[in-house]
Design a protein around this ligand. Sequence first.
Ligand code: CMP
Length: 144
Amino acid sequence: MSKKTNTTFTMIKPDAFKDGNSGEILAMIEKAGFRIVAGKVTQLSLEKAGEFYAVHSQRPFYKDLCAYMSSGPIFAAILEGQNAVERYRKLIGATDPKNAEEGTIRKKFARSIEANAVHGSDSDENADIESAFFFSSFEQFSAK
Ligand code: CMP
């Protein structure tokens, strides 16, 4: 299977940002071989959080998730690397930190399934949609 270089999208969620864990999380990301090609501190409105997570709008946790994700600043970033989506999902670990493996970002920093430290795109298509939600193409840089 060929391993092409591509991108994924991540957010350091309000709990991890507020706890001052962004630096350590970004260090784990860089140590794992990803390049940060766009990044910013921002805060979602309730409406924007609802739009971002629209795919979950029928799930019982949707309302709480949107309230939580708009509750404070986050760090949004685009990461570049080989097989970025799949490799980044391995690095962050399972959605529920109880199931996250040792050495993953969620194992180390997540408080709960909702306040689970970071988001990572689940497909190349969603990585592009989610990246465009936060960044325009001229805000992205490749440091090759
Ligand atoms: P994330 O990867 O950002 O994508 C959707 C989020 O919904 C997920 O991380 C969790 O933080 C949140 N969530 C809250 N409850 C659940 C649940 N029961 N199952 C899956 N995701 C949940």
